[in-house]
Design a protein around this ligand. Structure first.
Ligand SMILES: [Zn+2]
Length: 262
């Protein structure tokens, strides 16, 4: 990878140390392939609450490489649910996250942190190659940029989101083919809004959807079975919890040009 921000507070590269015996139990799980997992790369778009609910688990499981993109800095309000401590306040999130993840590594995981947005990374020509991308942002313009970029490269994307009242959330898997995030939410393509600062956010719903995303990554990398591509969770009532398989939408504003291809 091109270290465009080397020797600056905007970029960090760290490498974990293997811990003998750390994988003894997880390799007993049906379908789990440690060699495959430890040879795989995850790209996280966003390094906030959603990523904090996913990346520590992937790191402990011995993922091969993780890359993090986020231009934001750690604020005191993040400490209740994100993988930061008080000493990280003021640091760029992806830089602090890599430092904190290094401490929980169980393998020789390579950790890259870039203090830029996904759109800036595209403009800079950053190497965004990965086996699975995680879209852990809080706004639709970024989701709209992420979806077609990885679709065009045949890379699956796990979209993770929680509602603005922190009651519910979803995980949607945009696989190498088939429906994109615009097929699921066609209105998203024209939504240019960014969330207001100070929206509610709490760890419980983040961890609930994060757990599903961690599982979804395994299903994309190895032979763990998954019979859904869209999963919803509501904390207040389980009545609307769901697991379903969304199909491609004809005339989808994001992937319409591919309609005839599937
Ligand atoms: Zn679509």
């Amino acid at each position: 990878m091109k270290p465009i921000f080397s020797d600056s507070p905007n970029f960090i590269l760290a490498e974990g140390k293997p811990a003998a015996g750390a994988f003894d139990r997880q390799v007993l799980v049906s379908g789990f392939d440690q060699e495959r997992y430890s040879g795989s790369t995850l790209l996280f778009i966003g390094a906030g609450g959603l990523t904090s609910a996913i990346a520590p688990a992937a790191t402990r499981k011995g993922i091969g490489t993780e890359k993090f993109l986020d231009p934001d800095r750690v604020e005191p309000s993040n400490l209740s649910r994100q993988f930061f401590t008080a000493s990280d306040i003021g640091q760029y999130k992806p830089v602090a996250l890599v430092r904190n993840l290094e401490a929980v590594c169980t393998a020789q995981t390579r950790l890259y942190g870039y203090a830029i947005s996904f759109q800036q990374a595209l403009a800079e020509g950053l190497n965004l190659s990965c086996d699975v991308a995680l879209c852990c942002v809080d706004n639709n313009p970024s989701r709209n940029a992420v979806s077609p970029y990885f679709r065009a490269r045949g890379i699956p994307v796990v979209f993770v989101a929680v509602s603005s009242d922190s009651d519910h959330g979803y995980v949607f898997i945009q696989d190498r083919q088939g429906p994109c995030i615009g097929c699921l939410f066609p209105d998203m393509a024209t939504d240019q809004r960014h969330p207001c600062p100070d929206t509610p956010a709490i760890s419980d719903i983040l961890q609930a959807v994060g757990a599903l995303a961690i599982y979804a990554i395994d299903t994309l990398l190895m032979g763990r079975r998954r019979d859904w591509n869209y999963r919803t969770i509501f904390l207040r009532s389980g009545q609307f919890d769901g697991a379903s398989t969304i199909g491609q939408r004809r005339g989808c504003p994001l992937c319409a040009h591919n309609d005839a291809g599937y």
